[in-house]
Design a binder for this molecule. Structure first.
Ligand code: AMP
Ligand code: MG
Length: 528
């Protein structure tokens, strides 16, 4: 097939390249000083094959569906072919990992192809993940395996359709080459199929992009990058000045809060909230050992590396985000030189978060006003026995609040489906649940909302379909055998997570028992 026009007409303007560049090119591992990025080309792969693409992202970029299935598309988004205007580079950044400063990290396996203006005048960066070594690959290979690429591809699109701020994914290709990974770091390395995802976002800058310059005392480069970021991505705040830096930091804090509140709403656990994985735009970024809460356990973390400290557990995400913002504040301090206003923004984080999470929790319950006692009551009841968070909230909308002839068990009946082992509920547990439901009924009635409006509103915030850990694993199992149909089915399913989709009911069911302790379903390592 020949190159179709629009793909070659993607308009690249590469604004990031106006920032200081590493004078060296190529992928030799090095410390890069006083530069925001290094030029480096993707590594050629032997046999790229298209697994899937997101037609919404393609359309957004001005790439037609026909082009997505062209040979050129696969060549370009496997890194084998550069389009005119593409100038590939890897970004330099640092980060705090698990609470400790880790120094220079950088795009170890991400290569930015360039930045485009879309037909609707958005400005987006195209980035390949897994396209080979860069100066920032340290001791690793710059590659990505199919399993982690399927997870990143599907989850970024699923999150977008759930209404969670996120980087997007345009495409997923296999490379035709094997990648060796010791998945559980237990001395059993295995060959796995290699893959590349093309990620898309207005910017891939991270908290760690700013921290690195500050940690090195390179305040000139810090200022250059901050001013660029404000002018390019936060121009509504005005020309960079100390006052604008503070407004900017407050906005980053707000956006981060919005993102975390959404994670808490849908039951998403990022798994590695290191500062190098925190987007300056408040987008969910770097889908690694993330997971979805199935049974509601606020202490759960999917990341095996985090199993002992559980730093990144579900319930800790808001505090960690604040801790990460504090690291960013420290990094920005040399430009502001006033601790008090930075501290004020950091302490405002708590009431701001509380206000937003309360509104979100009220919405999940179908309430107009947040009722703390009611929410807290439910939070502990959901932990009495293994209760599927997604099913519980979705089904709560079906509880018939208006019918005062129902007995407790009848009122509760729609919720039984959420229990992994209903027999594990003691009669005392049930009494507590009934009591809660009666309180809930009263509060709902006192707000005067009908069954119908409550259900309609709740179904807009409580998804029916999420990328359950075992669903992603099933898609991976098939994909590793060369069958990509489930990847595509899930991509399509998760485009409408709030719709009933009666024909897809099976994807809304509880995690099956085989998946309870299976690697990839309940435990994930950083190896990817
Ligand atoms: P992560 O924990 O995935 O956010 O990665 C932390 C750092 O390690 C980042 O700088 C990554 O680019 C880098 N990294 C992770 N995996 C690889 C890999 N296979 N090859 C090169 N660099 C990697
Ligand atoms: Mg990362």
């Amino acid at each position: 097939m020949t190159t179709t026009p629009a793909l070659s007409q993607l308009k690249f303007d590469n604004q990031f390249l106006s920032l200081p560049a590493d004078p060296l090119t190529g992928s030799s591992r090095r410390h890069v000083l006083s530069a925001c990025y290094s030029y480096v080309e993707p590594t050629h792969v032997v046999n790229p094959t298209l697994v899937s693409y997101s037609h919404e992202v393609a359309t957004q970029l001005g790439i037609s569906i026909e082009e997505c299935t062209s040979a050129t598309f696969t060549q370009v988004f496997s890194g084998n072919q550069l389009l005119p205007g593409m100038k590939p580079y890897a970004q330099c950044y640092g980060g705090h990992q698990f609470g400790n400063w880790a120094g220079q990290l950088g795009d170890g396996r991400a290569i930015n192809l360039g930045e485009v203006f879309t037909p609707s005048s958005e400005h987006l960066t195209l980035q390949l993940k897994g396209a080979g070594a860069t100066p920032y690959s340290r001791t690793a290979d710059g590659l990505a395996v199919l399993r982690s690429s399927v997870r990143e591809f599907l989850c970024s699109e699923a999150m977008h359709h759930l209404g969670v701020p996120t980087t997007r994914a345009l495409s997923l290709v296999t490379t035709g080459e094997d990648v060796v990974r010791d998945m559980f770091y237990d001395g059993r390395p295995q060959k796995e199929p290699g893959a590349i995802v093309c990620r898309v976002a207005p910017s891939f800058l991270r908290f760690g992009s700013f921290e690195l310059f500050s940690a090195r005392g390179d305040i000139d480069s810090l200022k250059t990058l901050v001013d660029f970021t404000i002018k390019t991505h936060f121009s509504h705040l005005g020309e960079p000045s100390v006052e604008v830096y503070l407004k900017w930091f407050a906005e980053i804090s707000d956006r981060t809060i919005n993102m975390v509140v959404d994670w808490m709403r849908v039951g998403f656990v990022h798994g590695v909230m290191n500062t190098d994985n925190m987007s300056i735009l408040g987008l969910t970024i770097d889908y690694g050992p993330y997971g979805w809460l199935e049974d509601y356990d606020p202490t759960w973390t999917p990341n095996t590396t985090d199993a002992s400290g559980r730093r990144y557990r579900f319930a800790n995400q808001a505090s960690i985000a604040q801790w990460n913002l504090a690291q960013l504040a420290n990094a920005l301090y040399p430009l502001i030189e006033q601790a008090a206003p930075l501290r004020k923004i950091l302490s405002d984080y708590v009431p701001n978060y509380n206000q937003k999470i309360s509104a979100m929790r009220a919405a999940k319950l179908g309430l107009i006003d947040y009722n703390h006692e009611l929410y807290q009551g439910l939070d502990s009841l959901l932990q009495l026995a293994e209760t599927d968070m997604t099913i519980f909230y979705r089904r709560l909308a079906n509880v018939d609040i208006e019918n005062d002839t129902l007995n407790d068990a009848q009122l509760f009946a729609p919720l039984m489906e959420a229990y992994y082992s209903p027999e594990a509920l003691s009669s005392e547990d049930k009494q507590q649940l009934y009591l809660w439901l009666r309180q809930y009924q009263q509060v709902v009635l006192s707000e005067g909302s009908s069954n119908d409006t409550r259900k309609e509103n709740m179904n807009k915030v409580n998804p029916k379909y999420v990328l359950r850990n075992y669903l992603a694993q099933l898609a991976i199992d098939d994909a590793e055998k060369g069958d990509f149909s489930l990847v595509n089915t899930l991509l399509e399913l998760l485009r409408h997570p709030y719709d009933e989709q009666a024909e897809n009911e099976t994807y809304a069911t509880k995690r099956p028992d085989w998946a309870r302790d299976r690697p990839g379903c309940s435990m994930l390592s950083c190896s990817s």
